[in-house]
Design a protein around this ligand. Structure first.
Ligand code: GLN
Length: 454
């Protein structure tokens, strides 16, 4: 079948099923069909790459030229991006993939349930009364419900891995600096990293391959060749040393989730892997550390939304000061405002040393923990979440309970290492994920290990 037929199939599914899920903010059928026709022509001419003509959904955090790029915020509800993010250029330009539309997410990627979106919550396709996780909730719901074969996503503190876990998908956050952040709306710049959610490690490998690489327009992009993520997928993993950090199996983990992960560990042993117990002593400090560092960076990044240059502008203001205040007060939702307040507080004179500087020191200790552990093992394995997907509206009044969702995912962002989540069973009919973390630039190894398990 042609790319046009495939694209029409997915557009039809979006039209039929997305009203129940709310996984898209914007659907782009005209762009999709034009790209599909171009792809079909390339295929006919024998110039196709691995992604030519493949439909992809983009998280609405990536700028797409001529298409609304909202970041799920009222602030950017009418913002039409004037340029493409590098990820978008790589996938749809050079890669020849077809863009189906822009996926829902938590506002400015702040959240773990996709309930902070200006466009309303996303439902988990496995149970419509539950959250799909966040912030990449639209990306995972679309892929899990077969509205798109793959989707892009971003991960600042778990936003690829936690939603992937809650929807039975495979999601990978590469090493910090591997995927360009140019045109990816900034939340916490030292933690943000683009990646992909897919139905298998193999699919994820194909898309990540096309997204990765040095970009001179991102000053933190790493100038280093991209490994071949597909070449090693079938390599046997006998002799692989898998580290189980004891802090990841401690109090707080639901016994049924632990049982799923332990079952997976047995399967890895049957594949010839060697299990070693390891310790990441500072891991329990990662949530408080992250919730100082991330808001600090966010408060600075979001200062650009002033109601003057672009984004929402209030209709009623008499002074410039009032224009700023009202535009920001109306444009940002409650969680975003909370983060800006926390961030400004921890950076302010008199508190900087006690909070921000202290958090930076702990961040270094978390990084050192990983450095030592990777002398004892090749990959680290643990749960992605403490439990299965929770009910909609159950944690919105309790920010700390919401933040605790990120307990297993955040350390990888603070250290900058690659990490992924892959399916490892079901509890009460709901999907469970497990997490693999690797040393810097070991994406190929993570994908290989996941593929061998799958
Ligand atoms: N849940 C975390 C937060 O709200 C992580 C979000 C993310 O990775 N974008 O900050």
């Amino acid at each position: 079948f042609s790319s046009r037929e495939l694209t029409q199939h997915y557009l039809k599914r979006i039209e039929t099923h997305d009203p129940k899920l709310n996984s898209f903010i914007t659907v782009t059928p005209e762009i999709a069909l034009a790209q599909a026709d171009a792809a079909d022509a390339r295929i006919k001419a024998g110039q196709a790459g691995p992604l030519t003509g493949v439909p992809i959904a983009q998280k609405d955090i990536f700028c797409t030229q001529g298409v609304r790029t909202s970041c799920a915020s009222r602030m950017l509800d009418k913002f039409i991006a004037p340029y493409d993010a590098t990820v978008v250029t790589k996938l749809h330009g050079e890669g020849g993939a077809v863009m189906l539309g822009k996926c829902n997410m938590d506002e400015f990627a702040m959240g773990s349930s996709n309930e902070t979106s200006w466009y309303g919550p996303v439902k988990n396709p496995w149970d419509l009364t539950r959250v799909p996780g966040g912030s990449s909730g639209g990306s995972v719901a679309a892929v899990a419900a077969l509205l798109a074969p793959v989707a892009t996503a971003t991960d600042t503190g778990g936003s690829i891995r936690q939603p992937a876990a809650l929807t039975n998908l495979t999601g990978i956050k590469p090493t910090y600096g591997r995927v360009s952040r140019f045109g990816m709306i900034a939340f916490a710049s030292s933690l943000d990293q683009g990646g992909v959610v897919a139905r298998s490690a193999e699919d994820a490998a194909v898309v990540l391959q096309a997204m990765s690489g040095f970009d001179p327009r991102d000053s933190t992009s790493v100038e280093r060749d991209v490994d071949d993520y597909l070449r090693d997928l079938n390599r046997p993993i006998d002799g692989l040393r898998i580290g189980l950090p004891k802090e990841y199996f401690a109090e707080g983990l639901e016994p049924a989730i632990r049982a799923c992960v332990e079952q997976a560990v047995k399967q890895f042993e049957q594949l010839g892997a060697k299990i070693v117990e390891v310790s990441l002593p500072h891991a329990p400090l990662s949530v408080p550390t992250y919730y100082v560092v991330a808001p600090a960076e966010a408060s600075s990044n979001l200062a650009r939304f002033d109601g003057v240059r672009y984004g929402h502008r209030t209709e009623s203001s008499r002074t410039l000061e009032e224009l700023y205040k009202k535009s920001r007060g109306e444009g940002f939702g409650p969680e975003v405002q909370r983060r800006i307040m926390i961030g400004t507080y921890v950076l302010s004179h008199g508190y900087y040393d006690a909070y921000y500087l202290q958090a930076q020191k702990v961040r270094k200790l978390i990084y050192e923990d990983f450095r030592k552990v990777f002398e004892q093992c090749d990959v680290i394995l643990g749960p992605t979440t403490t439990d299965v997907a929770f009910e909609l509206n159950s944690k919105m009044d309790d920010p700390v309970a919401m933040y605790l969702n990120d307990i297993y995912t955040i350390a990888a962002n603070l250290a900058g290492i690659p990490a992924m989540s892959l399916p490892c069973g079901f509890v009460g009919g709901l999907p469970v994920g497990m997490q693999l973390m690797g040393n810097f630039f070991e994406e190929a190894r993570l994908l290989n290990v996941a593929h061998q398990y799958q």
